[in-house]
Design a protein around this ligand. Structure first.
Ligand code: FES
Length: 105
């Protein structure tokens, strides 16, 4: 697993972007105390999800207003061809957030 940041950096309702060498950028958020890690780039286009926001337990794309459910990744209000969002396995270990990222293809 790769260390991303301190757990306290991940604030309820906000999206934090992290650039990790050798991997596509990732985004983190916290909802009801739980941390979620997902690709910063939307699965259907090149928009950055960290420039969107979190609302009602969903990550919202600030460009197309697609909404991805935190946890399941199920997409609502999708633009054509937009699949569900995939979340990375993550852990809060001794005050640090770690995630199992996928290497760049
Ligand atoms: S870039 Fe995919 S929903 Fe906006």
């Amino acid at each position: 697993m790769i260390e991303l940041c301190n757990s306290t950096d991940v604030v309820e309702g906000e999206i934090l972007r992290r650039d990790v060498e050798g991997f596509p950028a990732v985004a983190l958020t916290r909802h009801e105390g739980q941390i979620f890690v997902f690709p910063d780039t939307c699965p259907h286009a090149e928009e950055s999800l960290s420039e969107g926001w979190v609302e009602d337990g969903r990550v919202v794309c600030g460009v197309h207003f697609a909404e991805f459910e935190l946890g399941s990744g199920e997409v609502h209000n999708r633009p054509a061809g937009c699949p569900n969002l995939t979340f990375f396995t993550c852990e809060d270990r001794d005050g640090k957030v770690f995630a199992r990222l996928k290497e760049e293809a």
